[in-house]
Design a protein around this ligand. Sequence first.
Ligand SMILES: NC(=O)c1ccc[n+]([C@@H]2O[C@H](COP(=O)([O-])OP(=O)(O)OC[C@H]3O[C@@H](n4cnc5c(N)ncnc54)[C@H](OP(=O)(O)O)[C@@H]3O)[C@@H](O)[C@H]2O)c1
Length: 308
Amino acid sequence: MKILLTGASGMVGRNILAHKDASDHEWLTPSSRELDLLNHSSVLRYMREHAPELVIHAAGVVGGIQANMANPVKFLVDNTLMGIHVLESAHASGVPNLLNLASSCMYPKDAENPLKESQVLTGALEPTNEGYALAKITASRLCEYISRTDAGRHYRTLIPCNLYGKYDKFDPKHSHMIPAVIRKLHEAARAEKASVDIWGDGTARREFMYAEDLADFIFYALPRLASMPQTLNVGLGQDYSINEYYQVIAQIVGFEGRFEHDLTKPVGMKRKLIDTTLLQEFGWNSKTSLTEGVRQTYSYFLKEAVND
Ligand SMILES: NC(=O)c1ccc[n+]([C@@H]2O[C@H](COP(=O)([O-])OP(=O)(O)OC[C@H]3O[C@@H](n4cnc5c(N)ncnc54)[C@H](OP(=O)(O)O)[C@@H]3O)[C@@H](O)[C@H]2O)c1
């Protein structure tokens, strides 16, 4: 298939292109400089000129709580516009298939765990990333409207849990939890530190999937978009406590000191686990264990990112 992949230089995009089945397809991978998704007419022209058979929309303005809180306008406006421009242009230029990447931030902040796809839009959003979540909800609803009103279009949304893996950002200013802990414990081990702080008591639970597994899901879904649920959670169906993540990472990077809990620091939500019932019915399960995923990510960090 001829596939347009937006966000090809990002963590998700690079894991897709590195997948063993990627060479079965022809890829269009414009950077933001070659195709700014904020420019609607450029996106429409690009789609008409290149006529992809499928679009994977993996571009976005992505960041943690601090970045979201500092730039709520950008997170809402850029992500909403990119979603509308990509979906609407694909629709207008006759692209039959599209896979849109959303995020579990779309779920209401007080929704009961595990989070089911039907719980989107059933309550107030987490205020710290509301703009980002609204943009993701808009794109996923637009996929649904297009698919419902045009039988020739299979536009689906997947909601991944948190991700980590190769091509992640390890720079402390931009990193998510797993790459941040890898760097912190790697540096503590090298400095032979006696202890490392964990914010809070470490009992909050999080679900992180190895990004290569998400790429694997995408290649599983590509020939099955017509039968894929309209909106589908993609995760492990299992979570770990923050303390467990620290223990696994410490073992892999060789940190032998103590953990001290700083109870004055914020810990965020107690739990965020997505429901994988529909995913299992669709016939896919993630394969990489936490230990194996962290081992691979650490090896990438040592080769490519230790000096960032
Ligand atoms: N990372 C996670 O834990 C996670 C979890 C759940 C869902 N997701 C979703 O997965 C998707 C990809 O995430 P990621 O972690 O791969 O993000 P990332 O590493 O930050 O990459 C973002 C990508 O978006 C592109 N982009 C940003 N603004 C653009 C614009 N105006 N025009 C064209 N391209 C633009 C960037 O292209 P350039 O480099 O060329 O600027 C880059 O390739 C996002 O939708 C995100 O919400 C991620």
